[in-house]
Ligand binder design. Structure first.
Ligand SMILES: Cc1cc2nc3c(=O)[nH]c(=O)nc-3n(C[C@H](O)[C@H](O)[C@H](O)COP(=O)(O)OP(=O)(O)OC[C@H]3O[C@@H](n4cnc5c(N)ncnc54)[C@H](O)[C@@H]3O)c2cc1C
Ligand SMILES: NC(=O)c1ccc[n+]([C@@H]2O[C@H](COP(=O)([O-])OP(=O)(O)OC[C@H]3O[C@@H](n4cnc5c(N)ncnc54)[C@H](OP(=O)(O)O)[C@@H]3O)[C@@H](O)[C@H]2O)c1
Length: 417
């Protein structure tokens, strides 16, 4: 809850105040003047004003002042998160945070305390491999346009009749057990697929789940024969009406926060679009907005999407429609590797787009309202880290440390395969 905002000539701090025991504090700074400044922030001090602490405190940091129910603590930057958690555990409520010396011009964008814990119940493993749910294929549609690379299908399954019902949330995955047996004559093992539909399903009746599946195809390095993946081939060729064994749902890494004002950065390659389709549909599709009165997204979503060719831009028309309808809330950036060139003349990969936009992404990441998600090829991770590390370095901040804090706060979420 934003209660007050203090602004100096070029710097703005926001203070979040919280009621009750669920403490959520954020300190956000916008300061263009710090770009390129190599100040080390570890030794900077901040004052926490805390309400609701009795006489006894187990804080390692001694309170400096107590007056009219407010206890003030002087907290080094490096211990801000730890101290917030401790105060929270003691039942205290942080009502203000500010730099100890009043010099706000070189203060860092402090890592915020953890984002509020997901309160909603997350369905997990409703169906396990030994007793999977048997759904039915309702539709199986191609997603790659003419001239595009390979086969990717949007496949919808009927979940009705399940007892218990196979409910799921955006960002989770399901398991599929392909028909048949492996080379040892044993039933095939499950393969995981990210769910591409919202929790209400593509028909908005809570009775379906959809996937976005690429048929795995590669050349055997020894025999040089073309090999097709077992489960992806089974799914991409699944006829309408066919039964299909489904397990799950699983996964808590990629859950979308309930916050309608959140800032969501999505890094996706190819079929990694699946969870982002679910997020974006929930945020912006008319039908979804109509049935989710408690979730009328008005924050900011940014999808950076890497694909080989234009016909491989999965869900292209719908993405661009949503972007046109919500230009202030949804930004869409493509990296089309085999058509566009990066600054060095090489393939335009997602990490090149991240590097181009690094100052903006970095500023966003400092905001406690921002969560970043990465889904798709594992290969993009190092490049994205390198781009963010270069940007963080300009402010003397170590990206790996910063990323650890973001991860703890559920603000840097990765599901790559
Ligand atoms: C959390 C999660 C979410 C996922 N979501 C999706 C999704 O949304 N969409 C999607 O399409 N996939 C997704 N996958 C991948 C999916 O689970 C399967 O791994 C994929 O479909 C391949 O399975 P398969 O049965 O077709 O291949 P398999 O028959 O299992 O063959 C895979 C094996 O082939 C070999 N292989 C693969 N490529 C090569 C190569 N180039 N050279 C030599 N050997 C190779 C490797 O040994 C590999 O283990 C996800 C994976 C995870 C873990
Ligand atoms: N678990 C699995 O085994 C699994 C699951 C799904 C898909 N796959 C395989 O993964 C590949 C991708 O399939 P997809 O449909 O998801 O994606 P896709 O449509 O092939 O798009 C992937 C995009 O990422 C680019 N890319 C490749 N290497 C990259 C790297 N290191 N960093 C950043 N970007 C990179 C690709 O560029 P270029 O291709 O032009 O280099 C392409 O633009 C396919 O070969 C598919 O068979 C494997």
């Amino acid at each position: 809850m934003l209660v007050s905002r203090l602004t100096t000539h070029n710097t703005a701090y926001r203070f979040w105040f919280c009621k009750g025991l669920n403490l959520e504090i954020g300190l956000e700074m916008y300061n263009q003047s710090t770009a390129g400044n190599n100040t080390s922030y570890g030794n900077r001090l901040f004052i926490y004003e805390v309400e609701g602490l009795g006489g006894s405190q187990d804080s390692e940091i001694a309170p400096t002042v107590r007056q009219s129910g407010i206890t003030k603590f002087t907290v080094p930057y490096t211990r801000m998160q730890q101290e917030s958690q401790r105060i929270n555990r003691m039942g205290g409520r942080i009502v203000a945070v500010y730099p100890a010396n009043g010099d706000v011009s070189s203060a860092p964008a402090a890592p915020s305390a953890p984002a509020k814990k997901e309160k909603k119940k997350v369905p997990t493993n409703t169906y396990r491999p030994k007793a999977p749910f048997v759904g039915q294929c309702i539709s199986n549609e191609p997603l790659v346009g003419e001239g595009g690379n390979g086969i990717v299908q949007h496949i919808k399954f009927d979940l009705s009749g399940g007892d218990p019902h196979l409910a799921y949330l955006e960002g989770q995955s399901i398991g599929i057990i392909p028909e048949g047996t492996d080379k040892n004559g044993k039933p095939h093992k499950i393969r995981l697929y990210s769910i591409a539909s919202t929790q209400h399903g593509d028909d908005l009746d809570d009775k379906t789940v959809s996937l976005c599946v690429r048929q795995l195809e590669y050349e055997d390095p020894e025999t040089k024969e073309t090999v097709y993946g077992v489960c992806s081939t089974y799914l991409c060729n699944l006829p309408v009406g066919a039964p299909v064994k489904i397990t799950g749902p699983v996964g808590k890494e990629m859950l979308l926060p309930d916050d309608e004002d959140a800032k969501i950065i999505m890094f996706g390659t190819g079929t990694g679009i699946a969870p982002f389709r679910a997020y974006l549909w929930r945020m912006f599709k008319d039908g979804e907005r109509a049935i989710n009165p408690d979730y009328q997204f008005k924050g900011f979503a940014w999808l950076i999407f890497g694909v080989p060719k234009t016909p491989n831009i999965l869900y292209k028309e719908e993405l661009e429609e949503l972007q046109a309808k919500y230009p202030d809330n949804f930004r869409l950036t493509y990296a089309i590797s085999r058509e566009q060139k990066n600054a060095e003349g090489g393939k335009m990969y997602i990490q090149n787009r991240v590097a181009e936009n690094a100052p903006e992404i970095w500023q966003m990441l400092k905001d406690p309202k921002t969560r970043a998600y990465m889904c798709g090829l594992r290969g993009m991770e190092d490049g994205i880290d390198a781009a963010m590390a270069a940007e963080a370095e300009k402010e003397g901040i170590d990206w790996v440390d910063y990323r650890k804090t973001l991860k703890k706060e559920h603000r840097w979420n990765v599901e790559t395969y």
